[in-house]
Design a protein around this ligand. Structure first.
Ligand SMILES: NC(=O)c1ccc[n+]([C@@H]2O[C@H](COP(=O)([O-])OP(=O)(O)OC[C@H]3O[C@@H](n4cnc5c(N)ncnc54)[C@H](O)[C@@H]3O)[C@@H](O)[C@H]2O)c1
Length: 324
């Protein structure tokens, strides 16, 4: 279980794009802990300098400030790289509805540049962040690869397009690509601030500050909230996945389902506060329920997540208590 037994030769060089963000910085840390080298490419548009400062003194860590919208930057960043873990993108469904052109340029053209650079530089494997949003309005649960519905936002379009481009790079240019369809990831270093923050860190921060959080809708929506350690496992195992599994996208989740309202009251209990939430309108582009069938990743990547929601949320709460 997990990724403890996953090993790479010492001199292995990983490129993590978006490495100054939440998931990317966790990937950088895990790679350094494995004794390998990591180059982080990030334009710091939503990422943080402090997530770079954490590792900058480690000789195995290199930071390149740059934008994946620029092909030349991507080419230089891929020099000598064994594995690319492409995380750079802008998240948030509502923001993508406000800024469709930017999401196309940043999330689609940016990833296409990275695919092209990885191909030209002879990278071994290209693992990239996709999203559960590619399931759109597909009503059946659990979500299963190959059974997708109509897309509900420009963000979802950008992730679906990335998957299609990656498939082309496997089909025509022999680049082994593996799409990670993350389901609502949470954990240390996820940004609690701003209008587009994810619910778990946002609620924890508000409750710790004695503020009243707002739940969009009735709180009876459910998600397969996935602790970041499981995401690290999936990325590292995808780097070692067989060629036969390339050109595919995989659900990366725990395979459970949590209701937002239950999470809310779980947090108030764990934090020892007695605050009733406000309820706001539903968000455009949101779906009511989502959870994942993870059998494809289990079978083809050897993914075997060992962080349940309950275990992960305890660790996340402890981290936020110490770091906010
Ligand atoms: N967090 C989740 O629950 C979740 C769910 C599904 C998919 N994803 C995907 O996972 C990836 C990482 O998400 P995250 O939650 O860590 O977000 P994040 O915002 O914390 O990290 C993204 C990073 O990418 C960087 N970036 C953005 N555009 C860039 C560009 N053009 N060039 C270079 N760097 C750029 C940002 O500065 C940031 O550091 C994204 O692709 C996101 O769409 C995340």
């Amino acid at each position: 279980m997990g990724y403890e037994s996953v090993r790479f030769p010492e001199n292995t060089l990983f490129l993590v794009t978006g490495g100054a963000g939440f998931i990317g910085s966790n990937l950088c840390e895990a790679i350094l802990n494995k004794g390998c080298k990591v180059r982080c490419l990030d334009d710091l548009s939503t990422g943080k300098q402090e997530n770079v400062d954490l590792f900058i003194d480690n000789p195995n860590y290199e930071f390149v400030k740059g934008d994946i919208k620029d092909l030349d930057t991507c080419m230089k960043a891929c020099e000598g790289v064994d594995y690319v873990l492409n995380q750079a993108a802008w998240g948030s469904v509502p923001r993508s509805i406000e800024m469709p052109l930017f999401y196309c340029a940043n999330n689609i053209q940016g990833t296409l540049n990275m695919l092209e650079a990885a191909r030209q530089k002879g990278v071994k494997k290209f693992v990239y962040a996709s999203s559960s949003s590619v399931y759109g309005d597909e009503p059946n649960l659990p979500k299963k690869e190959g059974r997708e519905g109509n897309l509900l936002s420009p963000y979802a379009v950008s992730k679906r397009a990335d998957e299609e481009w990656a498939k082309q790079y496997t089909r025509h240019y022999g680049l082994d690509t593996y799409g990670m369809r993350y389901f609502n990831v949470f954990g240390r270093r996820q940004d609690p601030n701003g209008a587009y923050a994810a619910v778990i860190p946002k609620f924890i921060k508000q409750l710790l500050n004695g503020e009243v959080p707002t739940i969009n809708g009735d709180g009876k929506q459910s998600r397969d909230f996935t602790f970041v350690e499981n995401v690290i496992e999936a990325n590292l195992k995808a780097c070692l996945a067989p060629h036969e599994a390339a050109g595919e996208a995989f659900n990366i989740a725990y395979g459970g389902r949590e209701y937002l309202i239950d999470i809310y009251y779980g947090l108030t209990k764990a934090l020892g506060v007695d605050i009733e939430p406000n309820f706001g309108p539903d968000r455009a582009g949101d779906i009511k329920h989502s959870n994942a069938d993870i059998s494809k990743a289990r079978e083809l990547l050897g993914y075997d997540p060992d962080w349940s929601f309950d275990r992960g949320i305890k660790a996340a709460i402890e981290w936020y208590k110490e770091n906010l």
